[in-house]
Write a protein that binds this ligand. Structure first.
Ligand SMILES: Nc1ncnc2c1ncn2[C@@H]1O[C@H](COP(=O)(O)OP(=O)(O)O)[C@@H](O)[C@H]1O
Ligand SMILES: [Mg+2]
Length: 322
C-alpha cells in the first residue's frame, strides 16, 4: 500500500494531520526562547539573545525532556556523553534514552552531530583516530564503552543502515544471511528460513524471491536499501540505527522504507536520523531535536511538532531555520 505523503503524523486522525500541517506553516502561540529559560534559571532575569550566543559563550543548559519519554523502558541510554574530533567538540553532554520497541527520530540542522551520535551507539567512531569520548552509553544496561566489550559482538546487537545503500558484492541471498555465515551457521534450512523471514520483514521478499542468487548490485536503490535493512535484521539486533536511510532514494522508494519502519515498530527499537521533518513526523514515536552538538528538546513526536516547549524547536520544525 502506498502511503499518502501528506503531512500526517503517525497513527493520528486527519484532524491531527491538519493541525500539524498548520503548525508547520504558521506561528501558533509564542514559545519560551531557550535563552530566556536559561537566563531566568541562572540570573532570574531575561535578555534578548539566541541559542548560538548561549552556546558560543559556553554556558551550560538543561535540555527540555518531556515527562512521557523519561518514563519509557530504555534499550539504549546515552548518559552525559561528549565526543571530540581532535580539538573540536562535536557532542556536548548528551543524555537521551531510546525506548524499547519504539521509533525514535533524531532531527537537527546539518552538522549538529546526529550521525556522530548514531555512530557512537555502535562504536563506529572507534574507526576514527582523532575521536575522544567521555560519558557513557548503555545497551540494555551494559556499558558499550566498558573495558573488555567485544565490538564485533556489540555490532551484532546494534544493526546499522547508512545513507547510501551498501549491499555486498554477492548474491541477494548471501547478503541477507551474511551475519549467520559469520556465526558459522551452515544448516541450509536455518539459512533459508532466516533469508525469507528477513526479506519479508524488510518488505522485499515478493520482489526478489525468484532471483535470490542474482547479484544484489543489480537491484534498484530502494531495493538495495531494503536489502540492507533485511541484512541488518537477520542478525536479530536489539536496536536498529538508520542514518538518513532515504536520502538517496526517490519518493516511492522512500514511502516503502517509511512503511517498513512503521512495520518494524514493536519488533525492533529503531533510532533514525532524518533531516526531513515530514519523515520524522510520519515514522517516529518520539523525536529528539539536536542543535550544535547538543540535545535541545526531546519528547513525543506529536508534542515536539505541535506544541514544542522551546521557541528554537518550533522555529526548526516549522522550517524557520536550519
Ligand atoms: N570524521 C570526522 N572528523 C572530523 N570532524 C567530523 C567528522 N565527522 C563529522 N565531523 C564534524 O562533526 C560535526 C557533526 O557532524 P555529523 O555528526 O556528521 O552531523 P550531522 O549528521 O548532524 O549532519 C560537524 O561539524 C562535522 O564537520
Ligand atoms: Mg549525518
Amino acid at each position: 500500500m502506498e502511503r499518502d505523503h501528506a503531512l500526517t503524523p503517525k497513527r493520528s486522525s486527519d484532524a491531527r494531520g491538519v493541525a500539524l500541517a498548520s503548525a508547520m506553516t504558521e506561528r501558533t502561540e509564542s514559545r519560551t526562547p531557550l535563552i530566556a529559560t536559561l537566563e531566568r534559571a541562572e540570573t532570574g532575569r531575561t535578555r534578548p539573545g539566541g541559542l548560538f550566543e548561549c552556546i558560543a559563550e559556553g554556558r551550560v543548559f538543561e535540555p527540555v525532556i518531556h515527562d512521557e519519554v523519561a518514563t519509557d523502558e530504555a534499550v539504549v541510554e546515552v548518559d552525559g556523553f561528549d565526543l571530540w574530533y581532535g580539538d573540536t567538540q562535536a557532542l556536548h553532554d548528551i543524555s537521551l534514552s531510546v525506548p524499547k520497541g519504539k521509533v525514535t527520530a533524531l532531527i537537527g540542522p546539518s552538522g549538529c552531530g546526529k550521525s556522530t551520535l548514531l555512530r557512537s551507539v555502535n562504536r563506529m567512531n572507534d574507526l576514527i583516530d582523532s575521536v575522544r569520548i567521555d560519558g557513557q552509553i548503555r545497551l540494555s544496561g551494559d556499558s558499550i564503552y566498558g573495558r573488555g566489550v567485544d565490538v564485533i559482538e556489540l555490532r551484532k546487537r546494534i544493526g546499522m543502515v547508512f545513507q547510501k545503500p551498501n549491499p555486498f558484492p554477492m548474491s541477494i541471498y548471501e547478503n541477507v544471511v551474511y551475519s549467520l555465515r559469520i556465526d558459522g551457521v551452515r544448516d541450509r534450512f536455518t539459512l533459508d528460513e532466516a533469508c525469507e523471514s528477513s526479506l519479508r520483514g524488510a518488505g522485499l521478499w515478493d520482489e526478489v524471491k525468484d532471483r535470490l542468487q542474482n547479484s544484489a548490485l543489480a537491484l534498484s536503490g530502494g531495493q538495495q536499501q531494503r536489502l540492507c535493512i533485511a541484512r541488518a535484521i537477520a542478525a536479530e539486533p536489539e536496536v536498529l540505527l538508520l542514518d538518513e536511510p532515504c536520502s538517496a532514494l526517490d519518493p516511492i522508494a522512500t514511502g516503502k522504507i517509511e512503511d517498513l519502519i512503521d512495520d518494524l515498530e514493536g519488533l525492533y527499537s529503531v533510532l533514525i536520523v532524518t533531516h526531513n521533518m515530514q519523515q520524522a513526523s510520519r515514522v517516529s514515536d518520539n523525536t529528539a531535536f539536536m542543535y550544535l552538538g547538543r540535545l535541545v528538546e526531546y519528547g513525543p513526536t506529536e508534542s515536539l511538532f505541535l506544541s514544542p516547549r522551546l521557541k528554537e524547536t518550533e522555529d526548526y520544525v516549522t522550517g524557520r531555520f536550519g
